[in-house]
Design a protein around this ligand. Sequence first.
Ligand SMILES: N[C@@H](CCC(=O)N[C@@H](CS)C(=O)NCC(=O)O)C(=O)O
Length: 200
Amino acid sequence: MLEIYGSGRSRWVRPLWMLRELGVPFEAVTVDRGAGELDSPAFRQLNPQGKIPVLVDEGRPICESGAILLYLGDKFPDRGLLPPAGSYARGVHDQWMFTIATEFEQPLWRLHKQITRGEGDEAVAAQARRDFKVAAAPFEAILSGQPHLLGEDFQAADIMLAHLLRWSAAQPLLADTPALAAYRDRTTARLSFPAFLYED
Ligand SMILES: N[C@@H](CCC(=O)N[C@@H](CS)C(=O)NCC(=O)O)C(=O)O
């Protein structure tokens, strides 16, 4: 049995969405961050970094949301959420996956932390807004001409990107990137998106 550990609107939305999109059986294990569960010895056995999400497959953990999406996509290749390993399309897919994780996420994360936790000053936020503009430009260009990152088909990297576009920091910034805003709305309207986590 596959188990996915996480909570709330954290990055566990990504594997949760992926598992729902794949339509495979799994168990969602909610972790109480407020109660310090991420620091418990049992959780640290799963992820020594003390972070969510963690996927557990037959007792064996895999951490890092992007890596989990790739693992699941490869594990269920007939579901079509990843191009075949070794294909050019897969190379392009993974290129975007890493760009999202390393370039796109960072400015949004800095702004998100400022908005939700008051961390960082206005200079940090101004730099993050500039970095976002640069990082968003290629995605805005691609999604102006096609529905998803790789073309017609919704893929694992779309989950990675669309989850970020729901972060609080993204909302004012997306006014300048209409294709990304439309993409956020289109992708998160999918039945597999865990919309129930976003109800207040
Ligand atoms: N790069 C990691 C980041 C994981 C991460 O930072 N998770 C946050 C929640 S979104 C976390 O567990 N933070 C520790 C905490 O809340 O105490 C991934 O994508 O999985």
